[in-house]
Ligand binder design. Structure first.
Ligand code: GLA
Length: 383
């Protein structure tokens, strides 16, 4: 936090009054289950945004990013971006959504640094949205509960950024808790906390391969899942989403689906079941089961949901053969970006070395591996 406080002082010639921290997140099971009204086992992590801020006079908020050393200026009465970098769209989107809800907003000055790698599947944009939402509430004198904060920041992303994401990212970064992972019910918007085995750490492995065609492929997967639901709903009117389809029902009626819709639906139904399997394995301390649950998830993501690419296949090989590995799979939307492994804590450094070397040998690309811990969701403190 010292860093952002000093940046604030230099930029704004005064002292910040508050700090806000928002984690990134990595999903441990449940790829693309969120918009299918299913479950996700998700972990808010200590790759995070830290921001120092203070209210200011006038209608223009100024926010500085130390990572890019750029700033954005947004009018808090209409959400218009007056000045600054492209990432201002996330800030402006949150302002607009809050204005739509009827909140009167006050301006602020802020400076943040983020250790969440940008655009690599760890919710860097949701973390920024949740941070801005919390700051605006604090300086304007209102408080929105966590569930509505998650819904409003998701709406900001959907309506004003134009990305049709589910609730996973915003919910995770707002509801995080230390020492626990979250099992999120994306239909009810509730969660249970799952305890974490002490001797196992989570390692995030960044393929450092920019995600390609991400937006359009994501929308296509959503449409294919909806196509399957439309067919099944004609047979059983209780089916509103793939969450409502059992594997037995699917197997009985799968020949009525197009090839693509069948593969997508099969993955989602199995992946959703795996969230329950993972919860049970973690709760009962069945470490032996983790490898297989994660492997089925990765293979389904590759062969059925088809969100894998060459970099991810090479990374999977590097992760699965590294010292100390327990289990490995994809993370986020797929199509490159970050992947995730569970690793024996005392072997983390050996794991990192092995993954970096094998992945470099296979791809020529230098990757980054982060050992991460759970982190509390968006929280504000006085400075
Ligand atoms: C992206 C979206 C989330 C979720 C994941 C896949 O991160 O933003 O809503 O759909 O992909 O699980």
């Amino acid at each position: 936090m010292t860093n952002v406080i000093n940046n604030f002082k230099k930029l704004f010639n005064g002292n910040p009054l508050f700090s806000v921290v928002t984690p990134g997140r990595v999903d441990l099971m449940g790829s693309h289950t969120d918009y299918n009204h299913g479950y996700v086992v998700t972990m808010p992590v200590d790759l995070k945004i830290e921001c120092a801020f203070a209210p200011c006079e006038g209608d223009i908020l100024t926010l500085h990013s130390c990572n890019l050393d750029t700033l954005v200026k947004i009018n808090v009465t209409d959400g218009a971006q007056i000045e600054g970098d492209n990432w201002g769209k996330y800030v402006s989107a949150v302002v607009k959504v809050l204005l739509d809800e009827g909140y009167a907003l006050k301006a602020f000055n802020g400076s943040f640094c983020s250790s969440i790698p940008i655009g690599s599947g760890l919710s860097s944009s949701a973390a920024l949205e949740a941070t801005v939402n919390a700051i605006l509430g604090k300086v304007s004198g209102f408080e929105i509960d966590k569930k509505n904060s998650a819904l409003l920041t998701q709406k900001a992303e959907n309506v004003y950024v134009g990305v049709n994401c589910g609730i996973l990212d915003q919910y995770s970064v707002i509801f995080g808790e230390k020492h626990k992972v979250i099992k999120l019910d994306c239909r009810e918007l509730t969660h249970t906390l799952v305890s974490w085995p002490k001797n196992i750490m989570v390692a995030i492995c960044n393929t450092n391969k920019p995600r390609t065609l991400h937006g359009s492929e994501y929308d296509e997967r959503r449409a294919q899942c909806e196509e399957a639901v439309a067919v099944f709903a004609k047979m059983d009117s209780n089916i509103k989403a793939l969450r409502d389809v059992s594997i037995e029902f699917f197997n009985m009626h799968k020949d009525k689906l197009s090839d693509k819709a069948r593969k997508r639906a099969e993955f989602i139904i199995q992946e959703n079941d795996r969230t329950h399997e993972l919860e049970a394995a973690l709760t009962n301390g069945d470490v032996d089961k983790l490898k297989d649950i994660f492997a089925r998830s990765f293979n389904g993501a590759k062969d059925l949901f088809e969100i894998s690419n060459d970099a991810m296949v090479h990374m999977y090989k590097a992760m699965s053969t590294a010292t100390g590995v327990v289990a490995s799979r994809q993370a986020g939307a797929g199509f490159g970006g970050c992947m995730v492994s569970l690793v024996y804590a005392d072997k983390l450094e050996d794991f990192k070395k092995d993954v970096i070397k094998t992945y470099k040998d296979l791809t020529g690309i230098e990757c980054v591996v982060y050992g991460v811990h759970t982190e509390q969701g968006t929280h504000i403190e006085n400075i």
